[in-house]
Design a protein around this ligand. Structure first.
Ligand code: ZN
Length: 379
């Protein structure tokens, strides 16, 4: 889609990163901008940042590309300075004037500032956001109420609200306390099983990674114990929260559980990778070997060291990719034009195009060497 301007907040999982990764040109004509936009301080910092980046980019361009860049930048300018809508914390912009290409995404989460002119949309910051913000559910439950909210990059949508009124239903007719307790237990049990069915349906019908079970007291634990094995496997964590918690506090508590889950998954992948390296099979590391594995479509999981970047160049004709060296005027393999790139971005795009999974790993979980990338191989 050439023009896509979101008027509302979008979850990062709603951005079609795969088709963005397919976009490609021989010249540096795609401008990508990521900005945190909430608050006056960000507004001030963004202005300074944009001005200095525009200056630097213009300096590095030939006169023809400079004109193209100015046209592209003017497509985006109005969006950069627009007042954020309610709840908006981040802005992602991709544009290319000569292709009449313009994508504007408003987010409820904050990206890091970045502005890049490249041969394709710059996706690494978006990929990191996606790794940090999987869609998940939050189930608030006690013995007479259950509320399931889907949370997609801090956009919360309530999917189900169930409740029973235990007192009115059963305390009539002068029953003994024992009989009342028995009936109450039965009512809670059937309430839980109805709630479980609803949760199952929501999980089946959406892309949630799993759900957090929250609430006061012991009811949440009892609820989890009666879930099917399948649903129990989707429980990301069980935490204490009051039923009347505010939306923001719920998001904060849920995100914390989500990030812990994601961290432990990334540790697991890093362990799997290190074990494969030790056994000498189905794993490679270092830019050169990872690149050739990606090019032959053998990569199952690409591991990238979190928050790193790697300057280098790429040949726009033959895709010759070299790290840590200054871009020569012509490609040493085919004589084609070269451009400066973040090598990790190129590897990420290759992973997207070849269907490889991407995992961002922390330094302490990764290799002891200086390598920034590794890959688990399919064969
Ligand atoms: Zn070349």
């Amino acid at each position: 889609m050439l023009k896509l301007i979101s008027e509302e907040l979008v979850p990062v999982s709603g951005i079609d990163i795969k088709s963005l990764a397919e976009i490609y040109d021989e010249e540096d004509i795609y401008l990508s901008i990521y900005l945190p936009v909430s608050g006056a301080e960000n507004e001030r910092l963004n202005k300074l940042f944009i001005n200095s980046r525009v200056k630097a980019i213009k300096k590095a361009l030939s006169s023809g590309l400079r004109v193209e860049f100015e046209r592209t930048f003017s497509m985006l300018e109005e969006f950069i300075h627009k007042t954020p809508i309610s709840g908006e914390k981040g802005l992602i912009l991709f544009a290319c004037s000569s292709e009449s290409f313009l994508h504007v995404y408003r987010l409820a989460v904050e990206p890091e500032q970045s502005m890049v002119l490249d041969t394709s949309p710059f996706l690494l910051p978006l990929a990191k956001l996606r790794a940090d913000y999987d869609d998940y559910g939050m189930l608030l439950v006690d013995s007479q109420e259950g509320r399931f909210t889907c949370i997609r990059s801090d956009l919360a949508e309530e999917k189900k609200h169930l409740s029973i009124d235990l007192m009115n239903k059963h305390k009539k007719g002068g029953w003994s306390q024992a009989r009342f307790n028995h009936l109450r237990k039965g009512a809670i049990k059937s309430f839980f099983s109805e709630l479980a069915n609803n949760v199952q349906n929501i999980c089946d019908g959406s892309e949630v990674k799993g759900f957090v079970v929250a609430g006061p007291g012991n009811a949440k634990q009892e609820f989890v114990e009666m879930l099917s094995k399948n649903l129990q496997g989707k429980v990301l964590g069980i935490i204490d929260l009051p039923m009347n918690i505010s939306r923001n506090e719920m998001l904060e508590a849920g995100d914390k559980v989500l990030h812990e889950t994601e961290r432990s998954e990334s540790i697991k992948k890093a362990e799997e990778f290190k074990t494969a390296i030790l056994k000498g099979k189905l794993a490679v590391y270092g830019v050169k070997d990872v690149l050739s594995a990606l090019e032959s479509g053998r990569v199952n999981v690409l591991l990238i060291l979190k928050d790193s970047s790697l300057p280098g160049w790429i040949c726009e004709r033959c895709q010759n990719l070299q790290a840590n060296v200054q871009a020569p005027k012509e490609c040493d393999r085919c004589g084609g034009p070269t451009s400066v790139v973040d090598v990790l971005e190129e590897l990420y795009e290759l992973a997207q195009r070849t269907g490889a999974e991407v995992e961002f790993v922390e330094k302490e979980d990764f290799l002891a060497s200086d390598d920034l990338v590794g890959a688990l191989l399919r064969y």
